[in-house]
Design a protein around this ligand. Structure first.
Ligand code: KG4
Ligand code: ZN
Length: 359
């Protein structure tokens, strides 16, 4: 019989709850976004986020149960994001989940937020292990071979900013709204990607590591010279800067993914697939570039629907289901972990300008 999992997510600025069945049905997925609370500060304020989570978690969970038309007693287990993320938010989710588990006697499983993103293509498209995954979000950027629900091999990652972070900083530098990714993508529609030739960082080096902070600095330099020369920016300047920046990110991500394919194929996958996940996977130019290289290499390409690319709790419920199916208990003991790499065999990535390990 299908198992029903309640998923809870609160690691950044979205308070989310969802009900998912082991038959890959998303019965409900509620995401309460906090962007209005953080707008005036130009980025997520951890303390404000944590307080908002404590206020909204119970509402998100009640709504998810109502939308799924079930009661708490019909749930088989609870899966909660136990990290990595902003510690106050993760703690709010873990404590709420603990309370529900203690009160109802339902089992509780602590899930890695990145595993949630990484396993989403299995929820949406039922792809087989192993697959090559490009995980691109506001805090993370990794190329991984996903071999099982708890088995990841990292081929490369960012040595500084994550691409979503670079999109957010670019939007801020150009006076566009937050989150920056959708704002930059929208502006880029009417821009000329050739007007500014931005660098393609780390393409001259072997391997699959990436870097985005230099790209953002190059954009700020172009912006400043335009402002110095003409006393401001026109709408067209903004659009062209966004288009050039987005083209550079898409190009670097495609080329590094192409390199990762070679290593992935050594695993001998029977149904080779490239999947993309995380908030930045919502970007159509980036998806397009990845699809082109997948087709050229004769691999399948999977990009989950946009609502399942950005943070949500359906992916957390699903990761809980996958772990449960292999008899894995999740994070044990269940604590809130600000850092939690998916591939524990690889050294922590710390590069110039990087403020701590981004797993
Ligand atoms: O996965 P996510 O919802 O949260 C985590 O970081 O875990 O990703 C959010 C990030 C933000 O930086 C946002 O600007 C970026 O994803 N993003 C995009 C787009 N939509 C969201 N970046 C580029 N293009 C988009 N359309
Ligand atoms: Zn995320």
């Amino acid at each position: 019989m299908a198992q029903l999992f309640l998923g809870i997510e609160s690691s950044c600025d979205d308070t989310a709850a969802a009900v998912v069945s082991s038959k890959r049905e998303i019965l409900s997925s509620v995401v309460m976004d906090q962007s209005a609370l953080h707008e005036a500060f130009g980025g997520v304020v951890p303390e404000i986020a944590a307080r908002a989570h404590t206020e909204k978690l119970d509402i998100a969970i009640e709504t998810a149960l109502e939308d799924a038309d079930i009661s708490l007693s019909q749930i088989d287990a609870i899966a909660v994001t136990a990290g990595p993320g902003l510690i106050g938010g993760v703690l709010a989710g873990v404590m709420c989940a603990r309370g529900i588990s203690t009160g109802t006697g339902k089992p509780l499983i602590g899930v890695n937020h990145l595993a949630g993103h990484a396993l989403t293509p299995r929820l949406t498209d039922d792809i087989a292990f192993p697959y090559l995954l490009l995980l691109v979000s506001g805090g993370h950027c990794q190329l991984l071979i996903v071999r099982g629900p708890d088995e990841y091999h990292r081929l490369g990652g960012t040595i500084d900013d994550a691409p979503g972070e670079a999109f957010d900083k670019t939007a801020r530098a150009l006076g566009l709204g937050q989150p920056g990714g959708p704002a930059v993508e929208k502006a880029a529609h009417s821009g000329d990607p050739e007007r500014f030739r931005f660098p393609r960082p780390l393409l001259d080096r072997p391997g699959c590591d990436l870097s985005f902070s230099g790209l953002k600095t190059a954009l700020i330099r172009e912006r400043d010279s335009l402002i110095a020369a003409q006393n401001g920016l026109t709408e067209q300047d903004r659009a062209d800067l966004c288009a050039g920046f987005q083209a550079a990110v898409a190009d670097v991500l495609s080329k590094k993914t192409a390199r990762a394919i070679e290593q992935y194929l050594k695993d001998g996958p029977r149904q080779p697939v490239i999947a993309v996940s995380g908030g930045v996977a919502a970007n159509m130019a980036i998806r397009g570039g990845l699809e082109t290289i997948s087709n050229a290499a004769g691999l399948g390409f999977v990009a989950p629907p946009l609502a399942l690319c950005t943070d949500n709790a359906a992916m957390i419920a699903w990761a809980g289901i996958e772990l449960d199916q292999i008899g894995h208990k999740g994070l044990d003991p269940l604590i809130a972990r600000p850092r939690w790499p998916l591939d524990v065999q690889q050294p922590t990535m710390l590069g110039s300008g990087k403020k701590g390990a981004k797993a």
